[in-house]
Design a protein around this ligand. Structure first.
Ligand code: FAD
Length: 414
């Protein structure tokens, strides 16, 4: 294989042979493609959209994403830095905390995704966009993709085609139909849009509201151009009609929707996707259900999983060279990484979601009484904590207050 084009037939119809085919060039796919191509691996990235393209998203990129983005990436992109949280309960009783350091960078997804794609292009990766029709099947130990008129042979496939992954439906229809049939595995619902605020908020803060959205939260994220990205998402049960929940939020925020209107979009449920069923198939980003079940944060996980998938392939290739086991072994290495690092943390995030979104008033009262709780919240976005260490820290602090802990004279204080 090694990326040569087989010399037969008219040029346009010649099959293309690549080592890795990356389908979908959002943050997950572009990241994987850039890392593969910069290691000299023959990789082709395809997307049905022409870039720049919109993606319904709040566009909040957590600070912990930065180490996984190309060098100086954020500096080259228009963005608004947010360094604090403004929390309200049903639109009232604001509590604010300024952490004095960036917790998230607010971007426009059309610009962010285009810039990431350009970085992948800069490595010499082959890219095809505007592909309306792609069908995948397995052949021998690899994959065949019919991309419009073209046939592509690939040893491994990275599915990065988002929450409604066509690659997953083509290659693992049983898994895809299980998601459709089981209400507990269906994606979470959300609605979002751009709006101007009649009573502007401080653009250094992300605004989060608890209690207005049953089983979830509402947000307002500042953007560089004075518009705000507003949205609602439910994590415990379907929102019913997300647009009407969103309309209620607009009223509470005194916001006027931009001409683009409101969009609804699924947020994948991390329990839904089964990884490791198809040898040589990597499911990354939303296509792999890798979205945080508490905040709905997915950009970090898209970039992280795209990085880890590509690195697993490269590492296994260094050991196995181009042996027949490479696609399967490298994909299994990636699955093991998910099992160790992502799912245990998501299960804890999901427990937090069940507690906080079910009893938003109690959590709100607690953050008023113990402002450190909001700081811990921010520490997830900065990467200082994950959900497991966050929960341990909350319990440790709660016990520190409730129990008469004897501290050694010169010991560390809780
Ligand atoms: C309302 C809403 C708000 C959100 N806000 C935030 C936020 O503020 N911060 C955050 O971190 N996360 C947020 N998320 C989650 C975040 O948007 C996603 O997790 C993230 O975009 C996932 O990236 P991805 O690369 O996996 O997929 P995507 O960004 O969805 O990219 C998938 C790509 O695949 C392409 N594609 C789709 N089908 C095909 C096909 N058949 N063939 C070829 N190409 C195809 C698409 O054109 C697209 O370019 C939000 C999500 C929603 C719904």
């Amino acid at each position: 294989m090694n990326g040569q084009i087989t010399p037969s037939g008219p040029t346009a119809l010649r099959p293309i042979e690549v080592e890795v085919l990356v389908v979908g060039l959002g943050p997950a796919g572009s990241t994987a493609l850039r890392i593969l191509a910069s290691s000299g691996i023959s990789a082709l990235g395809v997307d049905r959209a022409e870039f720049p393209r919109e993606k319904p998203c709040g566009g909040g990129v957590s600070a912990r994403t930065l180490p996984f983005l190309p060098k100086n990436f954020m500096e080259s992109l228009p963005h608004q830095t947010t360094q604090g949280i403004s929390l309200t309960l049903r639109g009232k009783r604001e509590q604010r905390q300024d952490f004095g350091r960036p917790i998230a960078y607010q971007v426009r997804r059309d610009q962010f995704d285009l810039a990431l794609l350009e970085q992948a292009r800069g490595t010499g990766a082959r890219i095809m966009t505007g592909i309306r029709d792609i069908r995948l099947s397995r052949r021998g130990g690899g994959f065949v993709a019919m991309i419009g008129e073209k046939t592509v042979f690939a040893r491994a496939v990275m599915a990065a085609d988002g929450a409604t992954s066509k690659v997953l439906r083509d290659l693992d229809p049983d898994s895809a139909s299980k998601i459709r049939k089981n209400p507990l595995l269906r994606p979470w619902t959300s609605a979002e849009g751009w709006a101007s605020l009649r009573d502007p908020l401080d653009a250094r803060f992300v605004a989060i509201d608890l209690g207005l959205v049953d089983g979830g939260y509402a947000w307002a994220f500042p953007k560089k151009d004075s518009l705000w990205g507003l949205g609602v998402a439910g994590f415990l049960k379907p929102l019913g009609d997300p647009r009407s929940v969103f309309s209620r939020y607009l009223v509470v925020r005194e916001a006027d929707l931009d001409s683009g209107g409101a969009l609804t979009w699924p947020l994948p449920n991390f329990r839904a996707v089964s990884h490791g069923r198809i040898p040589g198939l990597f499911l990354v980003g939303d296509a792999g259900g890798i979205v945080d079940p508490f905040l709905g944060e997915g950009i970090y996980y898209a970039v992280l999983s795209g990085t880890k998938a590509a690195e697993s392939y490269i590492r296994s290739r260094n050991v196995l060279h181009s042996g027949p086991d490479l696609p399967e072994q490298s994909a299994m290495e990636y699955v093991r990484w998910l099992d160790r690092n992502i799912w245990p943390d998501f299960r804890q995030g999901s427990r937090l979601a069940r507690t906080i979104y079910r009893f938003p008033g109690i959590f709100f009262a607690l953050t008023g009484r113990y402002p450190k709780l909001l700081e811990l919240y921010a520490s997830i976005l900065t990467g200082d904590h994950d959900y497991r260490s966050f929960s341990r820290e909350v319990i440790r602090r709660a016990l520190g207050r409730l129990l008469p802990i004897r501290r050694p004279a010169a010991g560390r204080v809780l």
